[in-house]
Design a binder for this molecule. Structure first.
Ligand SMILES: C[S@@+](CC[C@H](N)C(=O)[O-])C[C@H]1O[C@@H](n2cnc3c(N)ncnc32)[C@H](O)[C@@H]1O
Length: 340
């Protein structure tokens, strides 16, 4: 999606939605802030599939204006954390629902490893070029076996016409490969359930009408409307369909560095084991040293949901580990001069 169309659809409209809801009343907030991607039936399916319950820490990646996460909090008592790269959408979610929102991309989630219980990513993957990067990050923040709820617009053929700007719809085959390749098991998949009840869609339409009255002359409004018409045509012609997916996070492959840290390394995997291990630890150390997640935020440190000292601890741990590995390499490759 071009920057202007993306900003129009996901940022400007989100901000206008919050303004319109403030005028109309709170009961308009959730239907209007589910940015067209979900209905209560779809959300209920995802919530049941993911076995959400009171207190579940649910990360919503690409949360938009926060409607789905607010719905899950209201109906299932979850504790949502919203992650969204568009600033006005973040502000809209905070204004409308008072939920914690992280301004960040799903490709780099500033949360601790295995720090949430479940994740949703609804209507996001088709707007993202590097879908695997987002799924890998979600995999990292979930513990093994944890559920992921996805709403994905899937292309029924490799090329859809007209293609909405910036959207890259995966085919079913690509989606299955993507999930498997990023460490998820596909547990169940269904077509999106039928339309929302009138009482829900009328509230969303009322908000849209207020927005149109106020912003019809705005270029961003025209861009967002054009995008939405293109989607309607593609659904009507059967070129795309919306799929709901319940996936589960597979345990990560244990790396040699993790094995040595966890004390499970008992045998060498080959002649080059120490060299491979050293290379891997060096790579992890570089990553840890270059990681400055706090720079993603303008928020005070007290409001960060990750712990920056984790990064420092990780660096110290890796440096110690690197020293041990270097010693190990030295011991197993004694200096020939010493033998002489
Ligand atoms: C169709 S909207 C869906 C919003 C929300 N999930 C919902 O269902 O109402 C797609 C959202 O994905 C967000 N998005 C785009 N690229 C993203 C990325 N790299 N990481 C996380 N979110 C992204 C957009 O800003 C937008 O809010």
């Amino acid at each position: 999606m071009t920057a202007s169309a993306m900003v129009a659809e996901f940022d400007d409209v989100a901000g206008w939605t919050a303004d319109a809801v403030e005028q109309l009343g709170e009961r308009y907030a959730i239907p209007a802030a589910c940015r067209g991607s979900a209905s209560p039936a779809a959300l209920a399916w995802l919530a049941e599939a993911c076995e959400l319950s009171a207190g579940t820490r649910l990360l919503d990646v690409g949360a938009g204006a926060g409607g789905p996460a607010a719905w899950a909090a209201k109906r299932f008592g979850v504790r949502p954390i919203l992650l969204e790269p568009m600033p006005a959408a973040c502000r809209a979610a905070a204004r409308l629902f008072g939920l914690p929102v992280i301004l960040a991309s799903g490709g780099r989630i500033p949360l601790r490893t295995e720090s949430v219980d479940a994740a949703w990513c609804l209507g996001v993957l088709c707007t993202v070029h590097d879908k695997a990067a987002v799924l890998r990050e979600i995999h990292r923040v979930l513990p093994p076996g944890a559920p992921l709820g996805l709403l994905v617009v899937v292309a029924r053929r490799p090329r859809v016409v007209p293609a909405p700007e910036g959207n890259l719809f995966p085919t079913q085959h690509e989606l299955v490969e993507l999930l498997a390749g990023t460490g998820f098991d596909l547990v169940e998949q269904i077509d999106q359930p039928n339309d929302a009840p009138l009482s829900w869609s009328r509230r969303a339409e009322r908000v849209a009408a207020v927005i149109a009255t106020r912003h019809r002359a705005d270029r961003a409004h025209a861009l967002a409307a054009h995008q939405s018409e293109t989607f309607t045509r593609l659904f009507a012609s059967g070129q795309i369909s919306t799929q709901l997916i319940h996936a589960a996070r597979r345990p990560a492959r244990q790396t040699p560095a993790q094995a040595i840290r966890g004390g499970t390394m008992s045998t060498s995997t080959g002649d080059n084991f120490e060299i491979e291990l050293e290379t891997e630890v060096e790579a992890e150390l570089t990553l840890a040293e270059s990681s400055r997640p706090e720079e993603l935020f303008g928020q005070p440190a007290s409001e960060w949901l990750f712990d920056p000292t984790d990064v420092q601890r990780e660096e110290v741990e890796l440096r110690n580990l690197l020293g041990a590995v270097e010693k190990l390499s030295g011991d197993s490759n004694p200096d020939p001069a010493e033998d002489a």
